[in-house]
Design a protein around this ligand. Structure first.
Ligand SMILES: NC(=O)c1ccc[n+]([C@@H]2O[C@H](COP(=O)([O-])OP(=O)(O)OC[C@H]3O[C@@H](n4cnc5c(N)ncnc54)[C@H](O)[C@@H]3O)[C@@H](O)[C@H]2O)c1
Length: 412
């Protein structure tokens, strides 16, 4: 009897990034003890990971990394690891270009490279968030090039910072064109996740984009209502409290706040592009969310900005993160600087020689804008004579019963 070979050798392509590294850690430490190679083109990140240092913040990850690195987990730039892989999971970035359209070409080039090196019968899992139809194109391209790897699409749905917790808690969506690819991808993820949900590839691609766009739209509703209330001199959070308190139908009403980061806008735009730019809600959400710093700017301009110093507290795109990708705090800074305002930036998680310490920023500024509601700011007391812009109502001064912790939980 032929005993099937266990699929133990896994390569994660883009393995030192925000999605790839936590996944590699969970695979390497799972009961199945996969042998995991994190293949990445970033020399610095590969070196850091091999030293047992996380290149970014992720709760619980560094401790786990130190346990498994050098045993059954390693980071590498050497593509030859692909030759022995039973499973290759690719999580390289899928950005939109400067015209806000998806960049599919890079994905296909990268897949060609991988499949040239992969062995026949190995499993290729696409895990990046992709433009609808990409899995079909990859599958057909792989077949037309005479390559006999199995192709599956298994989107990542974690929230950055909570990856280790969520990878083992959330159901995994699994999609493929062939039963063998579906079976193997399901078997892989059932080693980590509590359950799998099988969809067709197009359904799965849309499911991922719908989830991110839904969140982006949800934040846009709150931001639009915030601007509407504030423009007529009404405190948004008095209304927020009134409509959410003991009223279950408003449970999903998010707080206002900077809604940005590397995924939500980009994925909304992928859906827009897919619907031939007829995704009106998506475009409207972009205008609203991206317009929030402009709204703050116009409020402050009306109050007088000349000769005043502004501090932005939190430059990361969300609370308790060191990720600055597409953060609206930077847009806020740019708008202020364009009008000659002195801007002090501070963030406990972001290393930048131009930033100042929190106390310094607070004491020197006339105006304080909360850019990211980091939990570390919870105990901060802003002197009452300073003008405070706290879109999240992170420091609830008024009627809302929410704590700073709840304010963080309701943002992206
Ligand atoms: N960040 C999130 O929370 C999140 C959640 C779900 C899905 N996603 C999706 O996952 C994908 C990756 O996002 P991310 O946040 O991990 O990006 P990231 O930039 O943190 O990581 C991507 C990694 O890929 C590496 N890389 C790029 N090209 C490569 C190549 N040709 N070969 C090997 N390595 C390469 C980069 O050096 C980087 O380390 C995107 O499609 C994103 O939309 C992200």
């Amino acid at each position: 009897m032929v005993v099937p070979k266990p699929n133990r050798n896994v390569v994660v392509v883009g393995g030192c990034g925000h999605v790839g590294l936590p996944l590699g850690l969970v695979l390497a430490s799972s009961p199945a003890r996969y042998q995991v190679a994190l293949l990445d083109i970033d020399t610095d990140k590969v070196a850091l990971v091999n030293q047992g240092t996380m290149p970014f913040l992720e709760v619980g990850a560094e401790e786990l990394l130190r346990r498994v690195i050098g045993t059954n987990l390693r980071a590498t730039q050497d593509e030859s690891c692909l030759r022995d892989a039973d499973i290759v999971i690719t999580v390289v970035g899928t950005p939109v270009d400067k015209h806000l359209n998806p960049t599919a070409h890079a994905l296909h080039k990268s897949i060609d490279r991988l499949t040239d090196l992969m062995q026949d019968d190995a499993l290729l899992v696409l895990r990046s968030t992709v433009y609808p139809g990409s899995t079909k194109l990859v599958y057909e391209r792989v077949r037309s090039r005479g390559c006999r790897v199995h192709v599956a699409f298994c989107p990542e749905r974690i929230a950055e910072g909570k990856a280790l917790e969520e990878l083992v808690k959330l159901p995994q969506i699994v999609a493929a064109f062939e039963p063998e690819a579906m079976r193997r991808a399901s078997a892989l993820f059932l080693q980590l996740a509590p359950s799998v949900i099988e969809l067709t590839p197009l359904e799965a691609e849309l499911a991922k984009l719908f989830a991110n766009s839904w969140r982006y739209l949800n934040f846009a509703v709150s931001n639009q209502f915030y601007m509407l209330a504030e423009s007529c001199g009404v405190d948004f959070y008095r209304i927020y409290d009134a409509v959410t308190r003991d009223y279950p139908r408003m449970r999903s009403f998010a707080r206002a706040g900077f809604a940005a980061g590397p995924c939500l806008l980009k994925d909304t735009l992928q859906l827009s592009s897919f619907s031939s730019n007829n995704f009106f809600l998506g475009h409207a959400a972009m205008l609203v969310n991206e317009g929030l710093p402009n709204f703050i700017m116009s409020q402050l301009r009306a109050e007088g900005l000349r000769g005043r110093t502004v501090a932005i507290l939190g430059m990361a795109f969300k609370a308790d993160s060191d990720d600055i990708r597409d953060s609206l705090s930077y847009k806020m800074r740019k708008l202020l600087e364009a009008e000659g305002v002195d801007v002090l930036c501070t963030d406990p998680y972001v290393a930048d020689a131009s930033f100042v310490e929190l106390d310094d920023a607070v004491s020197r500024a006339d105006i304080i804008i909360l850019g990211a509601p980091h939990g570390r700011y919870a105990a901060l007391r802003i002197p009452p004579q300073k003008r405070l812009v706290d879109v999240w109502n992170f420091w609830p001064s008024r009627i809302s019963a929410a704590t700073p912790e709840q304010a963080i939980a309701t943002t992206n």
